[in-house]
Ligand binder design. Structure first.
Ligand SMILES: C[S@@+](CC[C@H](N)C(=O)[O-])C[C@H]1O[C@@H](n2cnc3c(N)ncnc32)[C@H](O)[C@@H]1O
Length: 286
């Protein structure tokens, strides 16, 4: 499919599924937003019968969310750009806690319009001490990307994202890397991406609804994942160094008590951590 034909907005419904799942965690604002946005979601998840697979998923997305915060805390940067943020309100949360933050929260225009409506209903108003902006941005549009960056005052920039790279093919990933690389070379800072997903090993079975399988196939998600954690080589070729990887500590997750209740006997007695399917990296342009 040529670049002109690709309709990135067909990916957007996945953001609602993620929000509805995160509504079962203590991720800031997720519960309130999920209540405001209830409705049919694209993966056909069964929210009535919350089984092992349901809670495993919620655990994965909760862990992924916090992994970005963990690496963000280790940067000095006051300028943060989030790409393809969906219905995540990390930016609002950081701006509520820190008056010197300038957070630009972005996604495609339809998602941003819906998100703006729910933020208006939330009325975070007086809680927000920093500068929070919610703006449309197609990450494939380099000119729009650069004008968004120009809104920041002086100082390094931290770019963050989760749940995007697996929807981009190799060429699109390279184009985005090029845009981010030139921004970071000019401005300094780093890129924190939670999208280091590796392909499933043959024989590994996960429970997915028919609509989820169809959605993932439509968007070539499995093909778009990295072959292995040697993905560092891909980023190296694009001019990035891997600075650090977020550590995962499942014991601190708010979802854990729910998951423990539905764990199959053999898993409950196992001392092994869950298999690693994803990593969150901090990258620097060299
Ligand atoms: C799986 S959701 C992830 C949302 C959010 N980051 C989260 O983890 O909850 C994927 C998001 O990517 C956004 N997206 C897809 N293509 C995009 C593009 N070209 N530019 C910006 N955002 C895009 C979609 O609108 C959607 O919100």
């Amino acid at each position: 499919m040529s670049q002109e034909q690709k309709d990135f907005s067909s990916i957007s419904p996945s953001a609602l599924s993620l929000l509805l799942m995160k509504g079962y965690t203590n991720i800031p604002y997720a519960k309130e937003l999920a209540q405001m946005m209830q409705g049919p979601e694209v993966f056909g998840l069964n929210f009535d019968d919350k089984d092992f697979w349901f809670w495993i998923r919620v655990m994965h997305f909760e862990s992924r969310y916090w992994s970005i915060d963990q690496l963000l805390r280790s940067t000095e940067s006051k300028n943060v750009l989030e790409l393809s943020s969906g219905y995540s309100l990390r930016g609002l949360d950081l701006c509520a806690k820190n008056e010197s933050i300038h957070y630009i929260d972005t996604d495609l225009s339809e998602v941003v319009a819906t998100k703006q409506r729910i933020i208006d209903q939330l009325q975070p108003g007086d809680d927000i001490k920093g500068t929070f902006e919610l703006l449309p941005l197609d990450v494939m549009n380099e000119a729009a990307f650069n004008s968004t960056i120009d809104r920041f005052g002086p100082g390094p920039i931290t770019i963050v994202n989760e749940g995007l790279l697996m929807y981009l093919n190799m060429d699109e990933k390279k184009r985005l890397c090029k845009t981010i690389h030139s921004t970071l070379k000019q401005r300094g800072g780093c890129w924190i991406t939670a999208d280091i997903y590796v392909k499933r090993l043959p024989g590994v079975i996960i429970s997915q609804s028919k609509s989820e399988v169809a959605f993932m196939e439509q968007h070539h998600v499995e093909e778009n994942k990295f072959e292995s954690y040697e993905a560092a080589a891909f980023f190296k070729e694009q001019g990035f160094d891997l600075v650090k990887e977020a550590t995962q500590d499942y014991t601190t997750l708010s979802v854990l008590p729910h998951l423990i209740k539905v764990l199959p006997e053999e898993t409950r007695n196992s001392k092994q951590p869950p298999p690693k399917i994803q990593a969150t990296w901090m990258l620097r342009a060299v």
